[in-house]
Write a protein that binds this ligand. Structure first.
Ligand code: NAP
Ligand code: ZN
Ligand code: ZN
Length: 348
């Protein structure tokens, strides 16, 4: 049994998204039905809808920054009740028994996590994301949105928030640490806020000076334009930790040169082409290059609670579903301040 609901979908790779209907499964034993209020537009939605990461599944309903309200629960559900404010991030299931799942790092499930969209469930169900009026998901992959956060500014935390929180926490951003966030977009602006709240000295590195006032307001102590070659000379050897959110390919070696001895560059951006850099840029300073992908369920809840405690929502521009295609163009042009959030309730 399934229910038909309204959605916005890309019918084919690179095609504009259009209004359509999809089916959602009937609520099972441990499922909750969520009436979606808002869905953020992550750059990963665009990479996938345009098939930049390889073959994808169409029609595609993107959206993995989902915030809404529970309207029905299965008979076995214990964590949520009707009326609860909840969110869903980038995955909706995993094997639950591999070493990574057991450690609470379901995003790295050895069987592969089940993505919120652009994939299939273990039983072959085609997954559709948050650009839709409703979603059904297992309660164990649903997050609680704390009372202090409104649903619109909370939605982007489900991907952008956790993707920055996790490496900042793991690599100990905090008092006495010099942290740079590269790219002031959806992910990057949350990085500025979270690193600042953790107590680090925060530098924003952006292509131009256009976002300077915003970045300083959001939590940056310093701001530099990377289009100015003098920036790389001035900041050489400065940072304990750099988190790069750049969505395109970039000069990894140039950013490694900005690390102190023993520093780490964590890359979270996911460009579609391989990078190259000289290994000497790691050797000459015992530096590390790392990557990080979103976060586990427990850590995502921890991030939401941290953001509520520190009053950290996303800076958003709310749009109607009809504006999704235009918003995609603005994201690609680095012209988003700083996350588009779709008013999904208007699809009901
Ligand atoms: P976004 O809002 O478009 O932000 C990316 C920022 O990167 C832009 O605002 C821009 O910042 C900078 N940038 C873009 N093109 C650049 C270029 N050619 N050279 C230098 N800087 C450039 O995108 P997002 O939603 O934050 O996502 C960023 C990337 O992370 C995407 O590739 C996305 O797929 C990936 N992602 C990864 C994870 C993960 O788990 N690792 C999770 C979510 C997203 P300035 O204007 O400030 O220069
Ligand atoms: Zn995302
Ligand atoms: Zn697993």
């Amino acid at each position: 049994m399934t229910t038909t609901v309204n959605a916005y979908a890309a019918p084919a790779p690179k095609a504009p998204l259009e209004r359509t209907t999809i089916t959602r499964r009937t609520v099972r034993e441990h499922d909750v039905l969520i009436e979606i209020a808002y869905a953020g537009i992550c750059h990963s939605d665009i990479h996938q809808a345009r098939e930049e990461w390889g073959q994808a599944s169409f029609p595609m309903v993107p959206g993995h920054e989902i915030a809404g309200v529970v309207t029905e629960v299965g008979p076995g559900v214990t964590k949520y009740a009707v009326g609860d404010r909840v969110g869903i991030g980038c995955f909706v299931d995993s094997c639950r028994e591999c070493e990574n799942c057991l450690r609470g790092e379901e995003q790295y499930c050895l069987r592969g996590n089940i993505p919120t969209y652009n994939g299939e469930g273990f039983d072959g169900e085609k997954m559709y994301g948050g650009y839709s009026s409703h979603i059904v998901a297992d309660e164990n992959y649903v997050l609680r949105i704390p009372d202090g956060l409104s649903l619109d500014v909370a939605a982007p935390l489900l991907c952008a928030g956790i993707t920055l929180y996790s490496p900042l926490a793991r690599w100990n951003a905090g008092p006495g640490k010099k942290v740079a966030i590269v790219g002031v977009g959806g992910l990057g602006h949350m990085g500025l806020k979270i690193a600042h709240a953790m107590g680090a000295e925060v530098t924003a590195l952006s292509q131009s000076l256009r976002k300077k006032d915003d970045a300083l307001r959001l939590g940056a102590d310093h701001y530099y334009a990377t289009s100015d070659p003098a920036t790389f000379e001035e900041l050489a050897g400065t940072f304990d930790l750099i988190v790069s959110t750049i969505s395109a390919n970039y000069d990894v070696g140039a950013y490694l040169s900005l690390l102190k001895v023993g520093g780490t560059l964590v890359n979270v951006g996911a460009p579609d082409t391989p990078s190259s850099f000289h290994l000497f840029s790691l050797i000459g300073g015992r530096k590390s290059l790392a990557g990080s992908m979103i976060g586990g369920i427990q850590e995502t809840q921890e991030m939401l609670d941290f953001c509520a405690e520190h009053g950290l929502g996303s800076e958003i521009e709310v749009i109607a579903p009809e504006q999704i295609n235009e918003a995609y163009e603005r994201v690609v042009a680095s012209d988003v301040r700083y996350r588009f959030v779709i008013d999904v309730a208007s699809l009901r």
